[in-house]
Design a binder for this molecule. Structure first.
Ligand SMILES: *Cc1c(COP(=O)(O)O)cnc(C)c1O
Length: 227
């Protein structure tokens, strides 16, 4: 399957899932996860109307992005080391993976040097998986409240990764809890606007859409299998 065919099928599935939950698909953003994919394939996706790409490894990203047109929008979606913050920040428009206080401080520090606000989502580890990064839901309110006090960060919402499952129905609760957490945080923290809920990957994005996702991170479904 070509990227074009993959995309048309993905868009159709997003639309159907949105309809099932009484929503429209216009407000749902697709982030094409281009990790492990070469520049040519990214250009192919660009030619098919994809404008936003996600990468999860700083080194790979920093090597790739200068080879691509500047109008492209990049999101960083992986665990980010503090010593890579400066370079990554200068090239991305959104960090999905704000997962610890030391990273928040470093992003704030670097962005403040130029009076900028870096845009970020807080990554929450809803399922409590040991192998995954992210803030525990029980700690999310304190963490988010602290982050909103940092001048250098503009918090835009939450991101979560569901556990891998044969049957994506099993992880519906993860998406539902993330959405409820997002709503609760908005209620409890003054001035906080949670605009984005980044959840849903190739194996589970329809369930994520049904549960309120408005930013999907899709790799395999767009580009095919990674080798
Ligand atoms: C790789 C990756 C994705 C995309 O995974 P697919 O299953 O290929 O869609 C999404 N989010 C994160 C954080 C990833 O690392």
């Amino acid at each position: 399957m070509s990227v074009l065919e993959n995309l048309s099928s993905v868009r159709e599935r997003i639309r159907a899932a949105a309809l099932r939950s009484g929503r429209r698909d216009e407000g749902i953003r697709l982030v094409a996860v281009s990790k492990n994919m070469g520049v040519d394939l990214i250009k192919e996706a660009l030619g098919c109307g994809v404008s936003c790409f996600g990468e999860n490894k700083a080194q790979e990203f920093l090597k790739k992005y200068p080879q691509l047109p500047p109008e492209l929008e990049w999101h960083f979606i992986g665990h980010l080391q503090t010593n890579k913050v400066r370079k990554v920040l200068s090239a991305v428009s959104l960090i999905h993976s704000l997962d610890r206080w030391s990273l928040a401080e470093e992003i704030h520090r670097v962005a403040s040097e130029t009076n900028k606000k870096a845009q970020a989502l807080v990554q929450v580890n809803v399922a409590g998986e040991e192998s995954k990064y992210g803030i525990a839901p029980a700690e999310a309110e304190d963490f988010v409240a602290e982050v909103t006090r940092l001048q250098g960060i503009r918090l835009r919402g939450l991101m979560t990764i569901a556990p891998e499952c044969e049957d994506p129905e099993e992880v519906r609760y993860v998406f539902r809890q993330a959405r409820e957490l997002s709503r609760r945080l908005e209620e409890r923290i003054q001035g906080l606007k949670m605009e984005y809920l980044s959840m849903g990957m190739s194996g589970d994005f329809e369930i994520a859409v049904e549960e309120g996702a408005n930013m999907l991170r899709l790799g395999t479904a767009v580009f095919g299998r990674r080798y």
